[in-house]
Design a protein. Structure first.
Length: 164
């Protein structure tokens, strides 16, 4: 893979731009804490094209850089928990061969929200936050679907010899 590092840098930069654009909007559908997660489409595209190590690098860099530029240490903690769980679940789903890109994305969206909920419960030390789970489950499904569709469209438009 001739230009792997360059493509990882490019997709990280695109993820940063999408993170910035999302930081301009307070929430998705007016639900506190719920964002569309457009930057996750870059991680998903890299997961499909390059694999887990590349997606891990893009996700890790995006979370840390976006957190310092557009968020806080708490936002880094929440995003990191969501990103790591999401990436793990998506990698397993991809390896199984049972899911489409959209299906992988939906699983990623749901698991991202679960990761963030778990870290919130640990940080706040309040199990009552589990009452928020149904909302996060539904929002993860919807945002995962949207991000999955966007990722499929990105993959369709990339040249076939992009990473050869």
């Amino acid at each position: 893979m001739k230009y792997k590092t360059a493509y990882l840098g490019m997709f990280t930069a695109l993820a940063m731009i999408l993170s910035y654009v999302e930081s301009l909007f307070p929430s998705f559908y007016g639900i506190p804490g719920v964002k569309l997660g457009l930057a996750n489409s870059m991680s998903l595209v890299i997961l499909i094209l390059i694999g887990v190590p590349g997606a891990f690098c893009v996700s890790l860099l995006r979370v840390i850089l976006s957190g310092f530029l557009f968020g806080s240490l708490f936002s880094i903690a929440y995003s990191m928990a969501g990103a790591l769980l999401s990436l793990t679940v998506m990698a397993i789903a991809k390896k199984s061969g049972l899911f489409s890109v959209v299906g992988i994305s939906i699983l990623g969206g749901i698991s991202h929200n679960i990761g963030q909920l778990l870290i919130a419960i640990l940080l706040v030390e309040n199990l009552k936050l589990f009452y928020y789970f149904p909302i996060l489950l539904l929002s993860g499904l919807v945002t995962g679907l949207i991000v999955g569709i966007i990722s499929v469209e990105i993959l369709k438009r990339l040249p076939g010899n992009l990473l050869k």
